[in-house]
Design a binder for this molecule. Structure first.
Ligand code: 6PG
Length: 475
């Protein structure tokens, strides 16, 4: 008896992924560095399917049918390198080694190159959906060679979430493409969570609703165009009462948001690629601000308003602002995928990415089907905001959007996500940007030159001379 696929690293994600394979009828080899976890898996879930437990790396590899397919589910970083070091010498040319962790895409590129030299297909696969997704159907974003996907893809598609019968798994592109897309997924996740959190704050501090009342508002929103996993779980969290104190759960949690790094990577990468992902950046910075207890402690007494008495229709305005800001955040994230794809020659199908995010992953939402449709209309759209449907919706939402940002500003409620999304929208719409003045300043102090609107060429004004003559520098 040989296994169709194997999983090493039986933490919650690895264990649930292995169970998912088994539940779909695949004989699955399971291995963990410390054997206790393998035994625990067999005891608790061994009856769910055909598991082949292995006590050593050698036994694990020997139990896999050729070409071998094995998934590494350990912590990103050095732990992943250590596991690759351990297993690669046991594999043969043509075997497929999958990294299902949240690896940095540059690590994946490095590992893919090194393993390709040894004839091994290294597949960096983004897997989203948390514990439940891994077990019941995640969204899977596999990179690597097409050849590897031919034999691995059908198995991954089988265990992935399905929406309208379509699997939430598709080939992304060579080497680091899968982990790049997963990284941007997480960046968008940060932005989406921040926008939802700002909506909550506006309803709480601006309209004086209670957490359970706000949960109801979110539940209503979840029946419309904002229908998504994140809105759904937000309602759950807001309606929960703390067992110990009887207070709303959200009031007993320390208001400092943590992060494991994928949002930060997204922004760092976007800066290098020159992609303005303002929504994701604001979300990362908002978490950072929340964590600066020292600064917040000394600044708490600074003067300014702290709340308002906004009327009941305010919630509708917030819904519009949230939707418009969300469109902006997703548009920015998809631009980053477009830029990464161009930079590394990955040829990523943006519509396919929207398709596999419709289910299984943390940002799963009804809305993603509209993004899929937008890219179906124009696969190379410069921005999703110019898609006729999104343009009409955001256009219709903008009065409320502006009102909400104004009301928040007057009330002293921080809305970095809403405000920066609106500024991004206005910057893209603008006939002229003050960037022209910035160019003038740069030329003044550093002779950094500028281009003119009326003729070709690169120019410099000799600011130090009395009549400030202009010279062409590229002639
Ligand atoms: C997913 C999630 C997951 C990650 C969370 C937490 O797609 O299933 O993105 O990969 O654990 O995003 O990330 P932070 O700790 O950085 O908030």
């Amino acid at each position: 008896q040989q296994a169709v696929i194997g999983v090493t690293g039986l933490g919650v994600m690895g264990r649930n992924l292995a169970r998912n394979f088994a539940r779909h009828g695949y004989a699955v080899a399971v291995h963990n560095r410390t054997e206790a976890k393998t035994k625990a898996l067999m005891e608790e879930f061994g009856h769910e399917g055909e598991f082949l437990p292995a006590g050593s790396a050698e036994a694990f590899v020997a139990s896999l049918a050729r070409p071998r397919k094995m998934v590494i589910m350990v912590q990103a970083g050095p732990a992943t390198d250590a596991v690759i070091e351990e297993f690669a010498p046991l594999l043969e040319p043509g075997d497929i080694l999958v990294d299902g962790g949240n690896a940095h895409y540059l690590d994946t590129r490095r590992r893919e190159t090194a393993l390709r030299d040894r004839g091994i297909h290294f597949v960096g696969a983004g897997i989203s959906g948390g514990e439940q997704g891994a077990l019941e159907g995640p969204s899977i974003m596999p990179g690597g060679t097409r050849e590897a996907y031919e034999s691995l893809g059908p198995i991954l598609e089988d265990i992935a979430a399905k929406v309208d019968g379509v699997p939430c798994c598709a080939y992304v592109g060579p080497d680091g493409a899968g982990h790049f897309v997963k990284m941007v997924h997480n960046g968008i996740e940060y932005a989406d969570m921040q926008l939802i959190a700002e909506s909550y704050d506006l309803l709480r501090t601006g309209a004086n609703l209670t957490p359970p009342q706000i949960a109801e508002v979110f539940r209503t929103w979840n029946t419309g165009r904002l229908d998504s996993y994140l809105i759904d779980i937000t309602a759950e969290v807001l309606s929960h009462t703390d067992h110990a104190t009887g207070e709303p759960f959200v009031d007993v949690v320390v208001d400092q948001a943590e992060q494991k790094g994928t949002g930060r990577w997204t922004v760092q990468t976007a800066l290098d690629l020159g992609v303005p992902v303002t929504g994701i950046a604001e979300a990362v910075f908002a978490r950072s601000i929340s964590g600066h207890a020292d600064m917040r402690a000394v600044a708490r007494g600074l003067s300014g308003p702290s709340g308002a008495e906004l009327g009941s229709s305010f919630a509708d305005d917030v819904e519009q602002a949230l939707y418009a800001s969300k469109v902006v955040a997703y548009a920015q994230g998809f631009n980053q995928i477009q830029a990464g794809s161009a930079e590394y020659g990955w040829d990523i199908d943006l519509g396919a990415m929207a398709t596999i995010w419709r289910g299984g992953c943390i940002i799963r939402a009804r809305f993603l089907d509209r993004i899929r449709a937008a890219y179906e209309t124009d696969a190379r759209a410069a921005t999703l905001l110019s898609d006729a449907n999104f343009a009409a919706e955001v256009g219709a939402a903008q009065d409320s959007w502006r009102d909400v940002v104004v009301a928040a500003t007057r009330a002293g409620i921080p809305v970095p996500g809403f405000a920066s999304a609106l500024s991004y929208y206005d910057a893209l719409r603008a006939e002229r940007l003050p960037a022209a003045l910035v160019q003038g300043q740069r030329d003044f102090f550093g002779a950094h030159t500028y281009r003119r609107v009326d003729r070709e060429g690169v120019y410099h004004t000799q600011w130090e001379l009395p009549d400030r003559p202009e010279i062409r520098t590229d002639a």
